[in-house]
Design a protein around this ligand. Structure first.
Ligand code: AMP
Length: 282
């Protein structure tokens, strides 16, 4: 496994891959790796010749300074995991090399960023668009791998690739969960034992609402019921619980069979903000 810290270092390996007709799979991460990340890496190793994993905590996508400062950094543990997974390359850039200056460029994703994550984290998706574009330009992969766990981010990245004609394919991996259903996330390690228990409210509410919808219950009534259940949990602070089209993020007021739809939720558990989603009609 080769660790590189700059685009120039990577260029030699990239040229070599090009000369030998090897395909490059790319898995961008913010580190503190868990089994969700490993699933993306395994998908990349299965379908490409060389896998590059990047670890970079992107400051410009954080809308809360404390969340950025407290984001777990576990580089040596991550490198050990990546070695075990037989990853070919790890990109570990410094903040200064990625952002010699704060970018003045801003992405505007229109409707996609006016709802859900976009509404509650203004500027977040512009930060995601910028880092993903930078990383695609540096790594120049054939296929990039992302998780369905961040459903709205997937929609944003699809737009970036399409609108800027990045010559690569996207491969989306379903959400990996703990045995009890909690979606794996680097932020879970910041939950106390009690918060970890209460965090299950996200997955449980998604599953409950999905079953209600599939037995023809009215969406707005189900949503109201779920909002009340979050209100009744003192450690939870719900931000949204919405039924949306998984690509356009149009927010639905009713459930229609035959129409692609997913339920998305975001809630604080204590001080930790968690998100999750469940496809109803994929
Ligand atoms: P992050 O390090 O949180 O920025 O995540 C890096 C990539 O891993 C993103 O594409 C995420 O969507 C994906 N990811 C994070 N958690 C999970 C999970 N539980 N299941 C599948 N993919 C995930």
């Amino acid at each position: 496994m080769q660790v590189f810290k700059s685009g120039t270092e990577w260029q030699k390996s990239w040229l070599q891959a090009l000369k030998t007709n090897k395909t490059i799979g790319f898995v961008p991460t913010m580190g503190a790796l868990h089994k969700g990340h490993l699933e993306l890496i395994r998908a990349s190793k299965k379908s490409t010749d060389l896998t590059v994993v990047s670890i970079f905590v992107n400051p410009i996508q954080f809308t809360n300074q404390e969340d950025f400062e407290k984001y777990p950094v576990l580089t040596s543990q991550d490198l050990e995991l990546l070695q075990k997974e037989k990853v070919d390359f790890v990109f570990l850039p410094s903040q200064e090399s990625i952002y010699p200056e704060k970018p003045i460029l801003n992405f505007n994703f229109g409707n996609l960023e006016r709802v859900l994550e976009g509404e509650f984290r203004p500027g977040h998706f512009s930060g995601v668009g910028i880092i993903v574009s930078k990383l695609f330009n540096i790594i120049r992969p054939n296929i990039a791998f992302f998780g369905q766990k961040d459903l709205q981010q997937v929609a944003i990245i699809k737009k970036v690739v399409q609108d800027l004609s990045f010559p690569l394919k996207l491969h989306i991996v379903p959400t990996i969960r703990e045995k009890d259903g909690l979606a794996l996330s680097s932020r879970n390690m910041r939950l106390s034992v009690q918060e970890r228990e209460k965090a299950l409210i996200l997955y449980n509410s998604l599953e409950f609402a999905k079953n209600e919808l599939l037995t023809n219950k009215d969406w707005l009534a189900v949503r109201k019921q779920m909002m009340l259940s979050f209100e009744a949990e003192p450690l939870a602070k719900l931000e949204y619980f919405e039924l949306v089209h998984p690509e356009t993020f149009q927010v639905f007021e009713e459930f229609e069979r035959g129409k692609k739809s997913s339920i998305c939720v975001a809630s604080f558990i204590g001080n930790i903000r968690l998100i999750d989603n469940l496809p109803i009609i994929p």
